[in-house]
Structure formats: C-alpha cells, structure tokens
Design a protein. Structure first.
Length: 385
C-alpha cells in the first residue's frame, strides 16, 4: 500500500478517537441545561464549516492537499481544548467554531488526497476499495472511544474531554509526514473564476445534482438524528451502557466500510443506497414507535450499511467531478450539507424539548423518505443510460 494511504489510515483513526464521541449531546445538555441549546452547538459546527467550506476547498486545489490537512489538524486540536475547558455555553461555542473550521479544511480535501495519491501510482480505479479501508479507521476509533468514554464519564466528564485532546495533537504530527501527491498542479487561476467553473459543472450535470441533493438531505437530517440519538438511548439505558450501543453502531460501520468495495462491486452503488434506506426506515420506525430495551440495538443495526452507503455515494460523485475542481465541487456540496444541518439540528432539539426524544426521531424518519425517492430517480436514470 502507498505510504500516503497508510498514514492517511492512521490519521483517520486518531481524527475520530474522541472519548466523548458517543455522549457529546449529553455533555452539551448537561452544561447548557437544554436539548435545544445543546443541538445549537452542533449547528454552530455546521455553520462554521459551511462559511469556510468553499474557500478551503479552493485553497486545497490551489495550494495542495498536505497543507490543507495540517490546517485542519491544527483547528481540531484547538477545538478539543475549548471543549475540555467548557464549563459554560461560550467556551463550547468557540470549540464548535473551531471544529467547524477543522471540518472545512478536511472536507473534500482528504478524499481528493486519497484519489490523487492513488492516481499517481496508476491505481485510480481502486479508489472505492481504499476509501473503504481508510474510512473504516474512523469507525474503529469511534467504537473504541465510545465505550471507553461512556465508562469514564461515570466518574468525570472533564477527564474524557481533556484526554480527547491528545489524539488531535497526534494528527498534527502525522500530517507532517504526508507526501504531497506529485500529480497535483497548483491552480493559479482567479479564485472566483475557479469557483464559478465548479458551480457551473455542479449545476449542468443532472446526475451530479441528484447525487448532491440526496447527499445533502441524508447528511443534514440523518447526522442530526445520529448526534441526538444518545439522548433517546439515555431514556432507556443508563449512561455507562450508551457506549456499548455506540460500539455496536460503530462496529457495524467498520465492517461495512471494510467490505464496501466487494459489496459495491456485487450489488452496485445505487442499489446499496436504496436497500440501506429501506432497512433503516423500517428498523427506526419500530425502535422509536414503541421504545423498549431492544430499541438501541435496532437503531445500531442499520450501521451495517453505513460504510457501503458512504463509499457508494463518494465513488459515484468522484466519477462526476473534474480533476481541476475536485475538492472545490465537494466543498460546495459540503457547504449545502452544513447549512441545512445547521437549520435542522436546533429544530430537532426544539421538538424533543416539547414532545420528547422519541417523537422527534420519528419526525426524522418521515423526512428521510425524500432521500429514498431521489435514490429511485437515480436508479431510473441509470437504467436509461
């Protein structure tokens, strides 16, 4: 395996090795005293990321992938420090701003880094395979962090927040050893001209528009639901057990990412998107419609499709991107994802404060049916080509 890919896999692991990953909503709610305020911090992350998405994507295409990764690692470390300090809303607010900025540096760039690293060795056609392997490291880290963090949280929330600073600092060190892919040509064109060309390509490509729309909706609604999920689980299971629910979820996603290349080759990317959406809707309607001790397991079971779904989407979209605007177009998509997420997250918190976590999550399931409709349109388009 290329040295860059090995380092990227290690980088991905430490990026998401956060001991608070499974219970962050509970920590935020504990500090702020409200689900709505807690979810508003997730919105701050998204707004911050959205504001910087496009410029960082353009910078990635112009100044190179490695420098962009290093900027992301720096702000991830600062974010973790602010979360650890957070004894009130405002330190958490600053931490959320930095986390969003960190995500904007990573977004689009890291996939483009992998794509370019493979291309320079003539392995471009293996993008889905290696994306699955390297992305599996995120889930392995989240799985380990969720279990350790939920147990340690019984004694001290500040402890797990400070321990979570260390992996982010390690990412900064790993980033220094990455090599800039040689085939990347630095774009010297005007930044606004570059952005205009990227936006036109996104708009004029119908398949890419549909892929982008379903990606935006599934992220904004689905990720809001996932981040809020621990609040629902906490109404059924004790705090120390939440990490084990997340372990099942992240473990399933790890397996799904690891074998995603084979699964996509056998079933096809669009078919996977449809199957995953149908199963997830059925499992979640049962879990939230009549909450029982089994509900968290049902919620987690859908993760077996998560990795294959994410790799399918990214592979399908990467095929539609142009080389010159690869990171910029992805950052445009990420911009819209984060804006919609920022609007939807506090709405979910408000509904939960008024009607309870279970009813709020049932509302999410109805919203996600729109994504299934778009996937069927993509399937029809595929048949006609």
């Amino acid at each position: 395996m290329h040295r860059n890919i090995k380092l990227l896999a290690l980088f991905n692991f430490f990026t998401d090795f956060k001991l608070y990953s499974g219970i962050l909503i509970i920590y935020f709610a504990k500090v702020t005293g409200s689900y709505a305020l807690a979810m508003s911090l997730f919105s701050v992350v998204s707004v911050s990321s959205a504001l910087f998405e496009v410029p960082t994507g353009v910078f990635s295409d112009m100044i190179g992938r490695k420098k962009t990764i290093l900027f992301g690692a720096l702000f991830a470390t600062l974010s973790a420090i602010c979360y650890a300090i957070g004894t009130s809303y405002w330190p958490l607010f600053v931490g959320a701003l930095f986390e969003g900025l960190s995500r904007s540096w990573y977004s689009g760039n890291n996939d483009a880094f992998l794509h370019d690293s493979l291309s320079q060795n003539g392995n471009r056609d293996k993008f889905a395979y290696y994306l699955g392997k390297t992305s599996a490291m995120f889930q392995l880290a989240l799985m380990m962090g969720a279990v350790i963090g939920s147990v340690l949280a019984q004694w001290s929330f500040p402890l797990i927040m400070w321990l979570s600073v260390i992996p982010q600092a390690l990412c900064l060190i790993i980033g220094l050893f990455l090599g800039e892919p040689r085939r990347i040509a630095k774009d010297q064109s005007n930044i606004f001209s570059h952005l205009k060309i990227s936006a036109f390509h996104l708009w004029n490509n119908k398949k890419l528009r549909l892929l982008s729309l379903q990606d935006v909706l599934s992220f904004a609604v689905g990720e809001s639901s996932f981040n809020f999920g621990a609040a629902f689980i906490n109404t059924i299971w004790p705090l120390w057990a939440i990490g084990f629910s997340k372990m099942i979820s992240y473990g399933g996603a790890f397996v799904s990412y690891w074998f995603s290349g084979r699964l996509i080759k056998k079933l096809g990317g669009i078919n996977i998107l449809i199957i995953a959406n149908i199963y997830t809707r059925i499992a979640n309607f049962i879990a939230y419609g009549k909450p029982t001790l089994v509900s968290p397991v049902l919620m987690a079971s859908s993760s077996i499709f998560y990795g294959a779904t994410m790799v399918s989407k990214k592979s399908l979209m990467q095929k539609e991107y142009t080389q010159e605007q690869r990171a910029t177009i992805e950052s445009l998509n990420s911009f819209f994802r984060n804006i919609l997420y920022a609007l939807f997250s506090p709405l979910l918190g408000i509904i939960a404060d008024s009607y309870g976590p279970a009813n709020a999550l049932i509302f999410v399931q109805f919203c996600m049916l729109s994504v299934l409709y778009i996937n069927f349109k993509l399937k029809k388009m595929q048949k006609n080509t």
